[in-house]
Each structure stands twice: as structure tokens, then as C-alpha cells.
Design a protein. Structure first.
Length: 71
């Protein structure tokens, strides 16, 4: 468990999504995303998993998270 209530995880998901929309080409490791969002490792994993599950992000072979391409 991340220690963050579900509504706070939702807020973090929207914030991370906004960062990726504002910065085309953004490619972050989980540790970099954790620092950018100012959250712990478990919460960051939840956020990245949620965005990946819904097809907004994808994980590269190098282990970074980038915005998934439409189509």
C-alpha cells in the first residue's frame, strides 16, 4: 500500500499525465518520476502502473516510461 488515499493517487495520475502532455518526448525512470512527483516508491509504481494500464504510457526496453503513441 502506498499510504496515499485513492483520491490522492487519482490526483497524482492526473498530474503525471499533465507533465507528459506538457513535455513531449519526456522519458523517465521510476526513480525520476518519483522525484518529479515528490512521492514514495510504492505510490509512484501505482501511478505508473495506472497510466500504463490505460495506455497513456508505455515502458521502454530501457525501463523508462514514455507517452504511448496513438494509433
Amino acid at each position: 500500500m502506498s499510504g496515499f488515499p485513492a483520491h490522492e493517487i487519482d490526483t497524482l495520475v492526473r498530474r503525471a499525465e499533465a507533465e507528459y502532455r506538457e513535455m513531449p518526448g519526456l522519458s523517465l525512470t521510476p526513480q525520476q518520476a518519483q522525484r518529479m512527483l515528490g512521492i514514495n516508491r510504492v505510490a509512484c509504481r501505482e501511478v505508473l502502473t495506472e497510466l500504463t494500464y490505460h495506455g497513456f504510457l508505455r515502458r521502454t526496453s530501457r525501463g523508462t516510461y514514455v507517452r504511448a503513441q496513438a494509433g
